[in-house]
Design a protein around this ligand. Sequence first.
Ligand SMILES: [Zn+2]
Length: 307
Amino acid sequence: MKYFFDPRKVSAAGICCVSHAHSDHMPSSFDGGPLFCSDITLRCLRGRVKSKKSKNYLENVERGDHPSVDASGAGHILGSNMFMIDEGKKVLYTGDFCPQDRLGMEGARPQKCDALIIEATYGNPRYRFPNRNAMMGVIRDWVEDTLNQGCSAVLYSYPLGKSQELTTMLKEFQPRLHGSVLDTTRMMEADDLKFDYLPFDPADDTPQLVISHNTKGENGLSALKKRRTATVSGWCVSGRNWGMDEGFTYSDHADFYEIIDFVKRCSPDQVYIHHGSEEILAKEIRERLGITAVPLKKGQSNLGSYC
Ligand SMILES: [Zn+2]
């Protein structure tokens, strides 16, 4: 049996596992076959694909189920999955992952495996994040202070995942969702998943909390004359704030030290690394843990000598 993780093309040539619907992981074409993914990911794929053919496939697709495939939460965004393949040797594919429980979402749990395929977005020792629960408190305090000063608080974040975390984290402030954040949040909702928010109204210029992906202040945001801005991203760890008043380091990815701890607990014989600081993380895993670790090459479609 062939297994494809976050393939660009879904087909019946093997088992196609889609971890989540961020654009660098989601398929762009569909040519039949079942799909292995969560309900939320399927809803997001339906909302994000463009072509009529893809939409038609996703409306009618059969959900995959196979005794050698076990999906579990990756803790990255709602509905994100890791996949364990067990055909005698166990191979765990994490996709993007975060080990910390937060806002009712369980973090990724390490699982013993023979081979681990892991992401390296923050796979460099220079990336150590502050505790996410403490950072939630910092963000809440900033929003409260900003509103108390008679200003609107505008938070910029990625529309799928981080924005829904902020919406849940800050529901006491009745967040207004703007543009693609509003569209994406509505796309994720279902009978068993609802968020507390109001749509952003450009005619309402009272001090308010707005969550947006649009950093230009366009599409009505400029109507908020008195506003303070902040970006919420893991990349703020390196001091960047993209010209905002504040930058809060809050990520839905594992930082370097969480990656190392996760690898150690999975205790694999071999680690394959993709997405980010592959070379650096491979070297650190070899040196710190004594485990064979190699970057996946661009376009690599099998695990070489391993499987
Ligand atoms: Zn992602």
